[in-house]
Design a protein. Structure first.
Length: 95
């Protein structure tokens, strides 16, 4: 099995595709969701923010996965997701 470069075909349209997927996903969830309060919005925006974080970390030479391997990038991304979950939990408890 041969791995292809993910930027080969879709390199220039990645950000636009992410925003389109977030918008269409929210519209579909709103149209067909069974709840009055939709829960799909924060997940789509959170995914976009996490993707932006990963992209900016990957571009940093001190963290670049091509030089240091993916462990630093994965650890920093996992820490940021865990911290965002803790913040959501704290805001929920303070409500």
């Amino acid at each position: 099995m041969q791995c292809r470069d993910p930027t080969f075909e879709f390199g220039t349209n990645r950000v636009e595709a992410a925003f389109a997927a977030a918008i269409v996903g929210n519209l579909v969830a709103t149209a067909f969701g069974g709840s009055v309060l939709g829960g799909s919005g924060p997940r789509a925006s959170g995914a976009l923010i996490t993707a932006g974080l990963v992209a900016s970390l990957a571009a940093d030479p001190a963290i670049a996965p091509a030089v240091h391997g993916p462990s630093r990038l994965l650890a920093l991304t996992a820490c940021s997701v865990a911290l965002s979950g803790l913040l959501q939990l704290m805001f929920g408890l303070l409500r």
